[in-house]
Design a protein around this ligand. Structure first.
Ligand code: ATP
Length: 300
């Protein structure tokens, strides 16, 4: 009796594990299909997917129009969110933890289908655009930015294989990594990750930002790191963002208001809804939630 009972318990455990895996696979399967089969944008020639048009500075580059969203497990996260990122401008998303800020970036990246509303690139619904072409214009730097094993040079050249050493050093300076790379006798060929330098979360993210900047995306999506920034690196990040914004648009999820005080527009999200928008000075006047966030961070 004991043997078959033991086997039955083992089989039950296996079944539970299998069901868990199946649920995860289903979650992946409901993701939107890749849209690379969508015809290229008109007049764009043939061959590799054409990059969608980048409109003139100041006109809408990215628009979220009444976007609602629930995760595949049914968690409703965004409720009719609208925001516009004009070409060449800096927009920040702020709000309490769990408000849905990172989810907005995931949707712009096309990781999940929308529950309602639309996302447009230069006026065209992104569902009409080939995903590869859209991604060619988007740089996305997550909080836990992936850094490859390999060297600093390999990590950077991944984005732009023909970059010269001078350009690599220039972008490392932009993100404040010159010192840490110069300290190694191997310079740009110093390994990163477990065997080399750049082990801190902040450094990894700045290397990922450098990689994104080299790819010259029209829009950089950045999920600001929470824990990994000390005050000095936060200043560096702020300067990097200001430099990056010189010739591209930025949509930054900010956990620290201090990194985005000078944004052209700050959008305040609370429980999946836009509750206020404006500049830092305007929001201090108009938004009690923004004032609360700012005073919690000793900014007022
Ligand atoms: P934080 O400032 O803490 O990073 P956030 O404003 O970026 O928060 P999101 O990470 O977008 O918020 O999460 C919004 C809500 O969605 C949270 O309630 C979160 O638990 C939920 N959520 C996030 N990712 C998933 C997922 N993959 N599946 C289900 N729910 C999720």
């Amino acid at each position: 009796l004991v043997m078959p009972l033991g086997q039955a318990v083992g089989a039950w455990t296996q079944l539970q594990t299998g069901l868990g895996a199946l649920a995860r696979i289903q979650e992946v399967l409901v993701l939107e299909p890749e849209r690379d089969d969508v015809p290229e944008v008109p007049g764009a020639g043939t061959g590799a997917p054409a990059a969608p048009r980048v409109p003139p500075p100041g006109t809408p580059l990215l628009e979220l129009d009444d976007v609602s969203f629930a995760y595949p497990d049914g968690t409703r996260v965004l409720d009719r969110v609208s925001l516009t990122v004009p070409a060449g401008s800096r927009v920040a998303l702020v709000g309490p933890s769990g408000a849905g800020k990172s989810t907005v970036l995931a949707l712009v990246e096309g990781f999940y289908p929308l529950t309602g509303g639309a996302i447009r690139w230069a006026g065209t619904d992104v569902r009409e655009l080939p995903r590869a072409a859209l991604r060619a214009n988007l740089g996305y730097v997550e909080q836990e930015a992936p850094v490859l094993a390999g060297t600093v040079r390999e990590n950077l050249l991944l984005a732009a294989p023909h970059t010269t050493d001078d350009e690599l050093w220039a972008v490392l300076a932009d993100v404040g990594l010159t010192g840490v790379v110069q300290r190694s006798p191997r310079g740009l060929d110093v390994p990163v990750g477990d065997e080399g330098v750049l082990l801190s979360g902040g450094e990894r993210q700045r290397l990922a930002i450098a990689r994104s900047l080299l790819a010259r995306p029209a829009l950089l999506l950045l999920d600001e790191p929470t824990a990994s920034l000390d005050a000095r690196n936060e200043n560096l990040l702020r300067e990097t963002l200001a430099a990056a914004a010189a010739d591209r648009a930025l949509l930054v999820v900010a956990h620290r208001l201090s990194t985005v005080l000078d944004s052209d527009q700050i959008v305040v999200l609370d429980a999946g809804r836009v509750v206020a928008r404006g500049t830092h000075a305007e929001l201090l006047e108009t938004s009690p939630l923004y004032r609360e966030l700012a005073s919690a961070q000793l900014l007022v």
